[in-house]
Ligand binder design. Structure first.
Ligand code: DAH
Length: 339
């Protein structure tokens, strides 16, 4: 029996040394140590031995068992770490390959100019407000002193959703919404999309953008309006830009004006950009009409204010010398890449 045990040990050692996979290792464990394994068979036969031999053989059998167990364990660890290395090698990323350069987008010129404009006004203590693009007739017209039969509606005739709901034709309704929920002092700008039933050409689009401005407080005068716009225009177009106020009419301001700036193309001499005028119109403005203040429960005997509305496309076209408004909306990468 002794020889048998030693033979089993030698055979197990040889087979273990040869095995090179974890599942083959498990098969060997079953072959030698399993319930029906070779070693188990011998141990079961020990009862037939003469009593004085039993402890000797028993001890040897245990030694053989322990030795096979520890060999199995060692081999198992070697094979697992080999397998792990193999897997890591197979999964490795070759960091020497050049990466794929992502295509980076950039800001649309309208966004760039709007961001600059926001910075300028935030610097002067304004905050930014928004209003709905689908607006009540009341806010877009009525509360701004443009009743149903007012001729000013003709120039801004718009897309009606129903009798009382329109796509806003201007950002001025945000003035009313702000004054309804916030009492003076008020200092806001409100940028956004506006809509008019215009036919598309080089200077018209049924969708465009405006920036509304509103300041209401005690003792606000036209001087504040002029000073504010002067700072804005000089920051946007340069320090030598001059400003000109021309009397105009808007139903929601009194008095009202249109503001021209000296042409940055020719400095005022007259050129192609300003069509020989030397001046370029960039916005409408005025002192908030007392009726509009009253519509918002603000007492015009105590408070006064000014408002202005700027066309974003127009000021962006002048800034970059773009001569066709349609280019903003065509999404032509070749065009957009230039800014
Ligand atoms: N909402 C006017 C328009 O679309 C522009 C405008 C003019 C806005 C005068 C104002 C203002 O706030 O005071 O033509």
């Amino acid at each position: 029996m002794k020889e048998q045990l030693n033979a089993i040990k030698a055979q197990a050692e040889a087979e273990l040394a040869k095995s090179d996979a974890l599942d083959a290792l498990e098969a060997l464990r079953i072959k030698y140590l399993g319930k029906k394994g070779e070693l188990t068979a011998i141990m079961k036969g020990m009862g037939k031995l003469p009593p004085e031999q039993r402890p000797v053989i028993g001890q040897l059998a245990n030694e053989v068992r322990t030795s096979i167990e520890s060999l199995l364990e060692q081999k198992k660890q070697t094979l697992s770490s080999l397998e792990k290395e193999r897997r890591l090698a197979a999964e490795a990323i070759d960091i020497n390959l050049p990466g794929k350069r992502p295509v980076l987008g950039k800001k649309h010129p309208l966004t760039t100019v709007l961001d600059d404009l926001k910075d300028i006004f935030i610097g002067m203590g304004f905050s930014i407000e928004e209003g709905p693009e689908v607006e009540l007739d009341y806010y877009n017209f009525e509360a701004l002193n443009i009743p149903k039969d007012h001729p000013a509606r003709d120039t801004q005739d718009t897309f009606y959703i129903d009798e009382n709901v329109v796509l806003r034709t201007q950002t001025s309704p945000v003035q009313v919404r702000v004054m309804e929920k916030q009492k003076p002092p008020i200092r806001v700008i409100a940028p956004g999309k506006v809509f008019r039933s215009d036919t598309v050409d080089a200077t018209h689009s049924p969708v465009f953008h405006q920036i509304e401005g509103l300041v209401v407080d005690k003792g606000i005068t036209m001087a504040d309006l002029k000073g504010t716009l002067e700072v804005f225009v000089k920051k946007l177009y340069g320090d030598d830009t001059r400003l000109r106020f021309r009397p105009h009419h808007f139903p929601f301001t009194e008095p009202s004006a249109e503001v021209d700036i000296s042409c940055f193309g020719c400095g005022g001499k007259g050129c192609r950009i300003c069509k020989g005028e030397g001046w370029i119109e960039i916005l409408g403005c005025g002192m908030v009409h007392p009726k509009v203040l009253k519509n918002c429960d603000i007492d015009p005997d105590i408070y006064s204010g000014f408002a202005f509305g700027i066309g974003l496309e127009r000021i962006t076209m002048f800034r970059y010398g773009i001569d066709d408004l349609r280019l903003f909306f065509e999404n032509d990468i070749g065009f957009l890449k230039q800014f």
